[in-house]
Design a protein around this ligand. Structure first.
Ligand SMILES: [Zn+2]
Length: 138
């Protein structure tokens, strides 16, 4: 794939340098059959260094997962080589099945069928707490 020009796909830009692998895993990009390019440590006038992820296919990005990892990213939808949509990300109030609770005594550890629900409790610091046991996750 020519990483400079995607015809149809998704570009996740302005990722804080170092966050791209975490986003790659949380979005499940390893399960895609299409090309995925991860560009690490790009020079950015605004950010110093940044990461970019380019996905060579129209893909339903989990915006909640993105907002949890890095709310400053931008998501561009590319069709026929043109950006047709830019999405601003914000930290979601509630995330479901994005991360798991680390507390070994939490009910989600013993009840495998439960959804893993976290609520945003501190928007400034991006802190989330488990909806069941109140354990904090950054
Ligand atoms: Zn919990």
């Amino acid at each position: 794939m020519n990483i400079d020009s995607i015809r149809n796909g998704i570009v996740i830009d302005h990722i804080q340098a170092g966050n791209s692998m975490r986003i790659y895993q949380l979005l499940g990009l390893d399960r895609l059959a299409c090309s995925v390019a991860i560009i690490k440590n790009c020079k950015s006038r605004k950010m110093g260094r940044k990461d970019i992820i380019k996905i060579d296919e129209d893909f339903d990005v989990n915006l909640d997962a993105l907002g949890f990892v890095d709310p400053n990213v931008t998501v561009s939808v590319i069709r026929d080589g043109q950006t047709v949509e830019k999405r601003k990300i914000s930290p979601p109030e509630r995330i479901v099945n994005v991360i798991r609770c680390n507390n070994p005594r939490c009910i989600t550890t013993t009840e495998p069928g439960l959804d893993h629900v976290f609520h945003l409790t501190d928007a400034e610091r991006g802190q989330y707490r488990c909806a069941y046991c109140d354990a904090a996750r950054q």
